[in-house]
Ligand binder design. Structure first.
Ligand code: P70
Length: 464
């Protein structure tokens, strides 16, 4: 028989749903009270009071039946668990690094890496800061310097690789500080704070060449490197015919070491690692991990967690999976673009980022427009999102001054394999509703400010 070939076919999830978790809608009056009780900080809401939870894609992923089955194969030996070896093998096969030290999550790896590699007075250039990464660099006595391209700081600029390093900026930092003062260059793919924006392979290769000349190692934050690899496949000449798995491995191959929060790409609820090709660093990390995390064959994780990560890595690099994952983010983002709502362009990998400065031009940045927007969204629909602006940026550790970043964003983050397209419709409609009432919105005043990573626990009240 001869069948006609389909000319038009949408993507659909390469899975079906076997188990569901009920969620409940609250009333507007309840939400007003919950938001006030939480000090106008979405981190302080109870999840039972949230309808659609788009706070983060971190540890909020749905595991597959194979991953759940893997939990039953947890080898909970204190030392030498089989699951550790399975994880090590998966990291080596898909990310390419020789040595593996598991950690309880990403910041555990950042802590160990920073303590080993950074000395007081050091400079760490990177493609935009990330909150926990920069704090660990600072706690070790280092100073982070941003060398991302200027386009990344402009939400409306459609550059396809806004995660790229500006090589002239990097060269300048190396010349000014001197290569001896730079323990490594810190690269993230994709760049979370820029709006989930990717770095091009060509750019990483060029950074590699430059660093090699000065013998400066490259450390990759591989947290969302699979998503970065997908964007390379879609956007960078020469990569269309390659599998995401192949691209990921090439991408990592230009770096010496990586830190990883497995809670994102790797489709699990907890876990992380430090992986490296540097035997000396591995020796030190393997030693230090026992002080802060646990023995070097579990690093704060149960055997079953390591098994779930090992299996999650395999699923995460599947082309159909990653196309669906980012396709869903784009589905939401395109709705908002169609309605003229200001978002970071291009649409990012792990979420849609609302441009709060353009959304609320009448609220000064010192009154935290992005933080306020998260509150209005929650009040409207019970959708929880996260501030990524002045509250997140915090204060300069030396001067104590507030750091007002160019980007004042609300991250509408999509967990992997959790919500449906219908949920995305409700989210889009709620954002539109809040946008239509933007003129009446007011800013916030911070009334409690924690010392570290203040955005997690800060409290606010409305400006009167
Ligand atoms: C998020 C989470 C975690 C993360 C990351 C990148 C690029 C390292 C880490 C740390 C959780 C989070 C963290 C700080 C502020 C808000 C939210 N990002 N590198 O939601 O990993 O959380 O496992 O210690 O994105 O983006 P971990």
């Amino acid at each position: 028989m001869s069948y006609p070939k389909p000319s038009r076919r949408s993507w659909a999830e390469p899975w079906k749903i076997k188990m569901v978790e009920p969620i409940r809608m609250t009333t507007p009056a309840q939400r007003e009270r919950f938001m006030a009780e939480a000090g106008y900080n979405t981190f302080l809401l109870r999840s039972a009071h949230v309808y659609i939870d788009l706070l983060t894609d971190s540890g909020t992923n749905a595991m597959s039946d194979r991953q759940w089955a893997g939990l039953m194969l947890g080898d909970e030996a204190y030392a030498g668990s089989q699951n550790f070896y399975n994880l090590w093998e998966a990291v080596t096969q898909y990310y390419g690094y020789k040595y593996l030290v598991p950690t309880h999550q990403g910041r555990g790896a950042e802590h160990i890496l920073s303590q080993i590699m950074i000395h007081p007075g050091d400079i760490i250039p990177g493609n935009m800061y990330f909150t926990t990464t920069r704090l660990h660099q600072e706690l070790a006595g280092g100073t982070f310097v941003d060398v991302i391209i200027d386009e990344a700081h402009d939400p409306a600029n459609p550059h396809p690789f806004k995660g790229n390093v500006d090589l002239a900026k990097l060269r300048r930092v190396i010349n000014e500080a001197g290569p001896r003062k730079i323990p490594y260059v810190s690269i993230a793919g994709t760049v979370n704070m820029a709006g989930g924006q990717p770095q091009a392979m060509e750019n990483l290769r060029a950074v590699r060449e430059l660093c090699k000349r000065f013998e400066i190692p490259l450390v990759l934050d591989a947290t969302r490197a699979v998503e970065n690899a997908y964007f390379i496949q879609q956007r960078e000449p020469g990569y269309q015919a390659k599998k995401v798995a192949e691209i990921l491995k090439e991408y990592c191959s230009y770096t010496d070491t990586c830190t990883m929060s497995a809670k994102k790409d790797a489709l699990v609820n907890i876990g992380g690692w430090l992986a490296t090709n540097d035997e000396g660093l591995y020796e030190e990390a393997r030693n230090l991990v026992v002080v802060y995390e646990g023995l070097h064959t579990y690093g704060g994780l149960a055997g079953r967690d390591m098994e779930a990560i090992a299996r999650g890595i395999v699923e995460s690099v599947d082309d159909d999976h990653i196309r669906t994952r980012i396709g869903q983010v784009e589905y939401l983002g395109n709705h908002l673009i169609d309605w003229g709502i200001p978002i970071v362009k291009p649409i990012g990998g792990h979420g849609v980022f609302l441009d709060a400065k353009a959304f609320y031009p009448h609220i000064p940045q010192a009154q935290f427009p992005a933080q306020a927007l998260t509150c209005y969204l929650y009040a409207d629909s019970g959708v929880r999102t996260m501030e990524r602006g002045a509250v997140s940026a915090g204060r300069d550790p030396k001067t104590g001054e507030e750091r007002f970043p160019s980007l004042e964003l609300v991250r509408v983050t999509i967990p992997r394999r959790v919500y449906t397209q219908a949920h995305m419709d409700v989210v889009a409609e709620s954002i539109l509703e809040v946008y239509e009432h933007r003129d009446q919105a007011r800013g916030l005043k911070m009334i409690y400010e924690p010392k570290y990573l203040r955005f997690f626990q800060a409290r606010f009240e409305p400006v009167t």
